[in-house]
Design a protein around this ligand. Structure first.
Ligand code: HEM
Length: 408
């Protein structure tokens, strides 16, 4: 199906279907393909969909910090032949799809809300929410870890930051789940467009309310924000709200769910975390690296660029395959595919790098730390109680459901 470089000594015999969820769900096959890409074809043309794949950690970092060469404009999601991506179908660009100088101006409007200091001010509230979901989950019987533990905290935190009341959380969750997978090419596009228009309708109404009576939330802050003396228009604010809703929800849920899944599959690693032999923040970096909640983002070449002997033409889409870059043996050694919470922390690319480095990085790390701390303190035994049901998407590494038994 895919024409690999015929002259390569170890071309994989099976297609490298980075656009299909099944490819990633077969972990051994995916890891073997990633290894081949990194070693033999670090800049590889994916013929069926017409884009390049870059798979080494250093190359992903270098692209991410060079927006002058690699544009994010209309470029972060997987290209679909003959039709605009869902992102391109939106009326105003999200910051994730902007290049400097616009990007810096827009990002600075919300970045203050996400600094490590501002985020740490929310710690007490986060602990309360984490404790609530853990204590509300039955013990000594199978429960769905995703629904009960991994999902509520990130969703409620971003909802509270945006000023979304509890009664709307179910809608909030549904929209986020449908929209986030649109970064791949295998998502239900009509459902994505419907969800986007519902999100816009919801926040448009909220904008009207906040204009009449301002609150202490991000929506009010965006209404009052100015760029070079100009207020944001409604379209720009709505896109901001949607970006935060989508980016801050499913991703952290995946880190906690996939992280727990890996620890359950490796009891020796869980024991290291539980005993305190490994600092939890370091263990979380290892879980972030190997779970890679978002498997890739794209860029477009701004001019002709030579990469590892291949000529990328101006305008060509390039996939930064985080899932492969995070297993780079030249950075993490020959056992890079294995979970080792005690390995020295090296910068991974799960949260991106450079110009668009994840705005919610401090928030996500703190949420994960609090959830794991509270779980370790409140539940002495965690066991698997069945196979996890994985999200059907090439773009996100999510888990729908994961049966576990927790004991007090
Ligand atoms: C484990 C959880 C998370 C992961 C794996 C993750 C991953 C990423 C990645 C890879 C990027 C880089 C995009 C690029 O280079 O094109 C990014 C950007 C971004 N993330 Fe996160 N994210 C997480 C949590 C969050 C949270 C909690 C929020 C906010 C509430 C958030 C908000 C954003 C925003 C707004 C951007 C765009 C930044 C920009 O364009 O300057 N993320 N994220």
């Amino acid at each position: 199906m895919i024409s690999v470089d015929e002259d390569s000594p170890r071309a994989p015999s099976r297609p490298i279907a980075v656009d299909e969820s099944g490819f990633y769900h077969d972990e051994r096959r995916a890891n073997a393909a990633f290894r081949w890409l990194r070693r033999e074809a670090p800049c590889w043309w994916h013929e069926p969909r017409g884009f390049w794949i870059v798979s080494r950690r250093d190359d992903v970092q270098s692209m991410s910090k060079n927006p002058d060469l690699w544009s994010s404009a209309n470029a972060v999601a997987m290209p679909r032949k003959g039709e605009p991506t869902i992102a391109e179908a939106q009326q105003a660009p999200s910051i994730i799809m902007m290049d400097p100088p616009d990007h810096n101006r827009h990002r600075s409007l919300v970045s203050r809300a996400f600094t490590p200091r501002r985020v740490s001010e929310m710690e007490a509230r986060m602990r309360e929410l984490a404790a609530e979901s853990i204590e509300g989950t039955p013990t000594d019987e199978p429960v769905d870890f995703v629904e009960s533990i991994a999902l509520p905290l990130p969703m409620r935190v971003i909802a509270e930051m945006l000023g979304v009341p509890d009664r709307d959380l179910e809608d909030f969750r549904r929209w986020s789940d449908v929209v986030v997978v649109q970064g791949g090419a295998d998502a239900d596009r009509d459902a994505g467009l419907d969800a986007i228009s519902e999100v816009f309708g919801y926040f448009a109404q909220m904008l009207g309310e906040r204009r009449r009576s301002p609150g202490d939330d991000l929506v009010t802050a965006l209404l009052q924000a100015e760029i070079d003396g100009r207020r944001l228009d409604d379209g720009e604010i709505l896109i901001f709200c949607m970006t935060l809703l989508v980016a801050g929800n499913e991703t952290t849920r995946t880190l906690v769910a996939q992280g727990t899944r890996m620890l359950l599959e490796h009891p020796d690693q869980l024991a290291l975390v539980r005993s305190g032999a490994v600092a939890l923040p370091d263990a979380i970096e290892e879980l972030l690296r190997l779970s890679t909640p978002i498997r890739y983002f794209f860029r477009r070449a701004r001019r002709e660029i030579e990469v590892h002997g291949r000529t990328i033409r101006s305008g060509d889409p390039v996939m930064m395959l985080y899932a492969a870059a995070n297993r780079d043996e030249t950075v993490w050694g020959d056992d890079a595919d294995d979970l080792d919470v005690s390995r020295p922390v090296e910068p991974h690319v799960s949260l991106g790098f450079g110009q668009h480095f994840c705005l919610g990085a401090s928030l996500a790390r703190l949420e994960a730390r609090i959830l794991f701390e509270e779980l370790l303190a409140r539940r002495s035994r965690w066991e698997r109680a069945g196979e996890p049901e994985l999200v059907d998407s090439s773009f996100v590494n999510g888990i729908h459901h994961m049966p576990v038994i927790l004991s007090a």
